[in-house]
Design a protein around this ligand. Structure first.
Ligand SMILES: *Cc1c(COP(=O)(O)O)cnc(C)c1O
Length: 488
């Protein structure tokens, strides 16, 4: 018997209270076995809720409330025959051996797992990649690089765009091209993916961690103002989860203190601040095309800037620091941060469908918002009046005191129902890699990091998928309400 199923087994004298405690560990269903190990009955959280509503007390033994009529599979049956027994009503299927003892449990998670994010590659991607293969242009030279860069700049509404091997390398190029280096401080949000701070350290500068805004989860301009010193040289606002930062006050601070602004747009392609695309508001904008971002090239990134000088400097650094004027003449100890033509071919095909992807996300978000609006246990994501949030991931902050469980318990219950979720990032300032950084108080970042969770949000996701996630959430929250009412 697998360790997994052991957590589902309980004796016939287990009480409602025992069963509730075990179900709270996200096991989904309890299998009640007799002294011989034979399955005699089952109960899900819904069955326990109904038992309580029918007046059963917490000390009622399983034998008095378990469901004795249940669907089960056989361990000698075809696996597909067993899976076929899973339906809208039968979400947990015990598999019994010849003696009637449970040996396995099939769930919806086995049948229909819903991933957090799935790329959509059904456009011109394969045609363009095949074109690269057929013509032999597979390295970082070739027509798709130029095509992708100009299509990207056109989508952004201006600037010079440079393909890179990732967003991380784009950020590093931006810092070096803007002259940020040893002795300089760079202000970054405490809640972001680590790459935002790593590149500051790669550039030999010092990351300064400041708090985020509790509504948008993006860097708080007041916290930036409080962290500026004579050594501060740059700010890296991160448009987190697709919500743009409050760029007006940030650019005003940068103007007053003569600071560079590098926008980390890894999660925000298409996001807008007061009708302007995020990425072209600061000095340089850096985008990611990792497989889980809004558009993908597998691995890849883009840097965009309105400054021809900065663009030229980034291009030289991207290509080993060599000048264009003289062959094999190195002006800097540069990098190889180039993208391949193969990746650019995929990127161009992805960008052709950006409006479709963003529209689909808008639809998903509207559906999530409508369905989940009635649950005060959940803090739904928002969009500031000046913002276009492109909702890279539909992320909410649970309220554990109302929910009666932690974010991680909630996530485990969704996982048990086949739904993948993700905790938000960890605050950076306490992590081993960033001890050399300067940390300002970050209570909001700490709070959101503990309560934030991302639900499935993908370019291929359907309305039905959203409904399935919301159905699962509804069932978890309803059950939890009954338990809480009972134990109050
Ligand atoms: C994904 C991500 C990055 C890194 O992007 P890569 O292309 O994987 O290097 C940087 N910053 C943020 C906020 C991200 O989400």
């Amino acid at each position: 018997m697998t360790a997994k199923i052991a957590r589902n087994l309980m004796p016939l004298n287990a009480t409602v209270r025992d069963v509730m405690a075990r179900l709270n560990e996200a096991v989904g269903v309890i299998l009640f076995v007799d002294d011989g190990g034979k399955l005699q009955g089952v109960a899900t959280d819904g069955d326990v809720r109904r038992a309580i509503l029918n007046g059963r007390g917490l000390d009622t033994p399983a034998a008095d409330f378990m469901i004795r009529q249940f669907t089960f599979g056989r361990d000698d049956a075809e696996p597909t025959a067993n899976l076929a027994l899973l339906t809208e009503r039968v979400r947990h299927l015990p598999i019994l051996d010849a003696d009637g003892r449970p040996v396995e449990l099939l769930t919806w998670a086995n049948l229909w797992a819903l991933p957090l994010i799935q790329p959509s590659l059904g456009g011109n991607e394969s045609r363009y990649v095949n074109d690269c293969l057929a013509t032999g242009w597979i390295s970082s030279q070739g027509p798709y690089i130029e095509k992708f860069q100009s299509a990207f700049a056109e989508y952004m509404g201006g600037g010079k765009a440079l393909c890179t091997s990732s967003c991380t390398t784009a950020l590093h190029l931006a810092l070096e091209a803007l002259g940020i280096g040893a002795g300089d401080e760079v202000i970054v949000p405490d809640l972001t993916f680590g790459a935002t701070a790593n590149v500051v350290i790669h550039a030999n500068a010092t990351p300064v961690f400041v708090d985020i805004d509790p509504i948008t989860w993006t860097i708080d301009p007041k916290a930036i103002a409080a962290a500026i010193t004579p050594r501060t040289k740059a700010i890296i606002p991160v448009h987190l989860y697709g919500h743009p930062c409050d760029m007006g006050p940030i650019m005003e601070l940068a103007r007053q203190h003569n600071l560079k602004v590098i926008e980390d747009c890894a999660e925000s392609l298409g996001a807008e601040y007061q009708g302007r695309k995020a990425g072209l508001i600061g000095d340089v904008g850096c985008f990611s095309f990792f497989a889980n971002k809004v558009i993908t090239t597998g691995e890849g990134g883009m840097a965009i800037t309105r400054s021809p000088e900065v663009a030229a400097q980034m291009a030289i650094l991207r290509d080993h620091g060599m000048t264009r004027e003289r062959r094999y003449w190195h002006l800097h100890a540069g990098y190889n941060y180039r993208m391949t033509n193969l990746q650019a071919a995929i990127g161009l095909a992805q960008l052709e469908r950006i409006e479709i992807f963003l529209k689909r996300r808008d639809d998903l978000v509207r559906r999530y918002n409508t369905y989940l609006a009635g649950f005060p246990e959940l803090g739904l994501p928002t969009q500031a009046p000046w913002a276009r949030n492109i909702y890279w991931l539909y992320s909410l902050a649970v309220r554990p005191e109302r929910l009666g469980m932690t974010r991680d318990q909630f996530s485990a219950m969704l996982s048990e129902r086949g739904i993948e979720t993700r905790p938000v990032f960890q605050p950076l300032h306490g992590q081993p890699a960033y001890r050399s950084g300067i940390a300002h108080p970050c209570p909001v970042s700490a709070d959101i990091a503990e309560r934030g969770i991302s639900l499935p949000t993908g370019n291929e996701m359907s309305g039905n998928d959203v409904d399935r996630v919301c159905d699962a959430i509804t069932s978890i929250l309803r059950t939890q309400r009954v338990y809480r009412a009972q134990s109050a």
